[in-house]
Design a protein around this ligand. Structure first.
Ligand code: 5GP
Ligand code: ZN
Length: 142
């Protein structure tokens, strides 16, 4: 049941990011949601949009939080379109068999710059600090 979801999970890295117990390159934050760069980006600017309330999957969080999440996703997609590229994938992996490895609901926004497939094995390197700083400044409000 959606309302049964705990506000936070002590073993969840995304809850730690929300509480500033773990570092992240934060792009956006409001009372209920947050967006930050993925630590192993598929492409430049690959980011995650999350609700602050913990829930493993979209259907675990209250409907109001789902709506707030979509509103923040919209905001961040607009920034990507204006400042990086109009081409991007939005993905929501749900369940281990669907590729979910962090069980705190999150939308991926993955900018695409060319026709190449960035999702092949071995294409992900840990986020570089200099690059992260640049992407954060490009995606931050002017
Ligand atoms: P999933 O496969 O669960 O949809 O995606 C989880 C994403 O979270 C992965 O793309 C992974 O690189 C990212 N990730 C995992 N741990 C961390 C972390 O501690 N910080 C950040 N910024 N991203 C993380
Ligand atoms: Zn969590």
């Amino acid at each position: 049941m959606a309302s049964a979801a705990p506000a936070r999970d002590p073993n969840c890295v995304f809850c730690d990011i929300v509480e500033r117990r773990a570092p992240a390159w934060i792009l956006f934050e409001d009372e209920h949601t947050m967006a930050f760069l993925d630590i192993f980006p598929f492409t430049r600017g690959h980011l995650l949009v999350i609700p602050k309330r913990h829930g493993a999957r979209l259907t675990d969080i209250p409907f109001e939080d789902q709506m707030r999440l979509i509103r923040s996703l919209d905001e961040i997609c607009r920034r990507v379109e204006q400042r990086l590229t109009p081409h991007y994938n939005v993905a929501l992996n749900t369940g281990a068999n669907a590729g979910q490895i962090v069980f705190h609901v999150h939308f991926h926004v993955i900018p695409r710059y060319g026709k190449g497939n960035p999702f092949g094995a071995g294409s992900r390197e840990r986020l570089d600090e200099t690059e992260a700083r640049k992407v954060v400044s490009e995606l931050s409000p002017a």
